[in-house]
Design a protein around this ligand. Structure first.
Ligand code: ADP
Ligand code: MG
Length: 697
């Protein structure tokens, strides 16, 4: 898809030496194509040249004129130099000054034609002047400007490569791009949506024509920008779809069948009636299991909706078909918890369940490994220890991964390579807005459970300033008096872990001795050894401790149904999704539960929005939407989260509709063009290269 020019390494461009090439490479800019597919961060209107005589202070202006005189001026402050130039046009003249840029001495000379862009300011006796203006020296009076006198693209500075240098590089590169540049967008699709050609779009996205509105440019909504965004979306979506089609040829070694015997076996272990959402998700999963191609499914559902039982029923179906199942959790505590509840549920079944974690003793581990290899153990619950090299399965058919956000992608890949193309079910309690899930999880299918088991009461959430701490304590005491338990969470600020730890330790002491002397208080923090952590968590789970102070976020997914209070200290420091996760630790039983968000005033506008969202809704998807809007995509997903595509132009919030349109168009195009398997695999290769998407599962 690339022509020679686009594939050219940047060091071959004029003005790019090894140092600049290295700086550019650091931000992923290797080729001319990379450079051209990096939008300016914004656009500035520097057109509308003004007559010097008409300038007024307090405005950012563009002027064109001739340098009458210029030179370096010392100031009274030692080491402080000012470069001054006097610029004249037919209407008058004005002074321009640059602070501490003595090298300008070698840039400007009298007689040059220049265009300047910058703020016009009143400076004491000196009158009106331009302060630190952007400048461009013209070869002659009529010359084309690229830095001034037009709508100018502003690029993000990268190392030693300034915005201005990039503008020059982009400009030079664009001059060499052939007008008949091959276009990866099918012509029919392009014309249907009235999108400009690739060549025209590249030109106009970087150096917009005069008549384009800067406001539309800065929303990245001009036809040129939209076309390039759509191009990326189309390539992404057609790659996903192609990959899915090519997977259709990878048959699983064992096809799962569901008959009355399997159904009866599932019914026997089911302790309650599934909700409609659980039934639907299970149906989708079991349909996948029965297909001849491996499943790659994400099961999304807010904390407490009951994902585990759904996964376990799927596991049962696999086991009834002679397959083994690996059930992975991100922490030992969670693995143990799953192990206990799964063992209980499978008690009456004939399948053996085992737990394998980092703390399994060497001898037990050896015995267990043999039983996994022989197939005697049918379901293994574990942590990442499960994917260590020496674990061999006899017939691994299904891998369930809980709370995938905390799981390394490579670990999943290793595990996957152990079985013969196992089905993979990834569960997450971090709801991703639906439209995003479709696209950011690459080729995962998505099932969503939105309803909750019957009888659950939504958690009541209250935000209070710290000054009203006593009221909150009084309330917590009431809950403890009624036999409930409570969490108190401290934020963790990485730079000052020690201080946080101290604060939390003191707080735990204070709560234990002065506030709740009649109750037992435990402390959990990141510095504790795993087994110490475990002991505290277990003591809380068993009710031995009534109040748990924790610096680390209480392990995602930990289930202590009797806990009815979540008190978050410094709630203003937590992200919205994080707060929601914390709140999900309570409200897991019939009791009314409460979430108190104690904050320190004054609140930033964003923190206020976060707390407001928390008190207004308990719907995880709504929270996710709002979080995304508040934080933008980068922060929402963390930097470069593994398993997510890396886009060059697409902004997942801004361009959601475009992504959906591209998905429809890509599907229709693949159907219509019926590509050969060679074309499909080329598409898949290009897709993997381009989006550097790491395989999930
Ligand atoms: P999560 O989706 O957060 O993993 P769990 O699977 O841990 O949720 O389920 C939360 C609790 O709800 C568990 O105690 C589970 O036994 C219970 N539960 C799940 N589904 C139902 C249901 N349909 N009816 C009643 N209780 C249920
Ligand atoms: Mg769970």
């Amino acid at each position: 898809m690339t022509t020679g020019l686009l594939a050219t390494p940047l060091q071959f461009l004029k003005g790019v030496g090894p140092r600049r090439a290295a700086d550019l490479e650091r931000v992923g800019l290797l080729t001319v194509e990379d450079l051209l597919y990096r939008f300016p961060i914004r656009y500035e209107d520097r057109s509308h040249l003004q007559a010097i005589a008409s300038l007024r202070p307090g405005h950012v202006v563009s002027i064109a004129g001739r340098i009458s005189s210029c030179g370096l001026r010392m100031t009274r402050r030692p080491g402080f130099k000012i470069f001054e130039a006097l610029i004249s046009d037919t209407s008058g003249s004005i002074r321009a000054t640059w602070l501490n840029q003595p090298f300008l001495r070698d840039v400007f000379t009298a007689g040059q034609h220049v265009v300047l862009f910058g703020p016009a300011e009143m400076r004491g006796h000196g009158g009106l002047q331009l302060t630190n203006p952007q400048y461009e020296i013209l070869d002659d009076e009529e010359g084309e400007t690229i830095h001034t006198g037009r709508i100018v693209p502003v690029y993000e500075k990268t190392g030693s490569v300034t915005a201005k240098m990039q503008r020059r590089l982009v400009h030079d590169a664009l001059e060499q791009v052939p007008t008949d540049l091959p276009d990866p967008l099918p012509e029919s699709v392009r014309l249907r949506h009235s999108l400009p050609s690739r060549h025209a779009a590249l030109l106009a996205a970087h150096f917009p024509p005069e008549d384009v509105s800067v406001e539309i440019l800065n929303r990245f909504a001009t036809p040129a920008q939209r076309r390039l965004i759509f191009e990326e979306a189309f390539l992404f979506q057609s790659g996903i779809l192609a990959r899915r089609r090519s997977a259709m040829h990878e048959a699983k070694p064992v096809t799962v069948r569901v008959d009355d015997r399997v159904r009866e076996s599932a019914r026997k272990i089911l302790p309650f009636k599934l909700t409609a959402g659980q039934r639907q998700a299970l149906k989708e999963i079991v349909e996948d299991l029965q297909r001849s191609q491996p499943m790659n499914r994400l099961l999304q559902g807010d904390v407490g909706v009951g994902k585990t039982i759904v996964a376990l029923l799927a596991a049962l179906v696999a086991m009834e078909n002679g397959l083994q199942v690996a059930f992975m959790a991100p922490t030992e505590i969670l693995a143990e918890q799953h192990f206990i509840s799964i063992s209980r549920l499978l008690q009456t079944s004939r399948f053996r369940v085992a737990l394998l974690t980092g703390s399994t003793s060497a001898a037990a581990r050896r015995a267990l490994l043999a039983e996994i290899e022989s197939g005697a153990v049918r379901l293994v619950v574990g942590t990442h220890a499960l994917v260590q090299e020496d674990v061999t399965f006899k017939q691994l058919g299904l891998v369930v991964i809980d709370e995938q956000h905390r799981f390394g992608v490579l670990q999943r890949a290793t595990l996957r390579s152990k079985g013969l193309r196992p089905d993979v079910l990834v569960m997450t309690a971090t709801p991703i807005p639906r439209t995003l899930a479709l696209t950011v999880y690459g080729d995962l299918d998505v099932s969503v459970i939105r309803d909750s088991p019957p009888g659950r009461l939504p958690v009541r959430t209250v935000a209070k300033p710290e000054s009203r701490r006593d009221e909150v304590y009084a309330f917590v005491r009431q809950q403890l008096d009624e036999g409930r338990q409570a969490y108190v969470i401290y934020p963790l600020v990485e730079e000052s872990e020690k201080i946080d730890l101290k604060a939390a330790t003191e707080m735990a002491d204070h709560l234990a001795q002065e506030v709740f002397p009649q109750y037992r208080v435990g402390l959990l923090h990141g510095r504790l050894k795993p087994d110490a952590k475990d002991r505290v968590m277990k003591a809380f789970a068993s009710g031995e401790l009534q109040l748990l102070v924790s610096t680390t976020v209480v392990e995602v997914g930990v289930d202590v149904p009797n806990a009815s209070v979540m008190l978050v200290e410094h709630a203003e420091r937590f992200g919205l999704s994080q707060l929601h996760q914390l709140r999900g630790r309570v409200g897991r039983d019939r009791h009314q539960s409460f979430c108190f968000l104690l904050y320190q005033s004054p609140l930033s506008a964003e923190a206020r929005e976060r707390l407001r969202a928390m008190t207004e809704t308990t719907d995880g998807f709504e929270i996710a939407e709002r979080d995304l809007m508040l934080r933008g995509t980068g922060d929402f997903f963390g930097t470069r989260q593994a398993g997510l595509a890396t886009f060059r132009l697409i902004d997942l919030v801004r361009d959601r509709e475009c992504l959906e349109l591209a998905r429809r168009e890509a599907g229709a195009w693949l159907d219509a063009s019926a590509p050969t398997s060679a074309t499909i695999s080329r598409l898949v290769d290009a897709w993997e290269q381009r989006f550097r998407l790491i395989e999930i599962g």
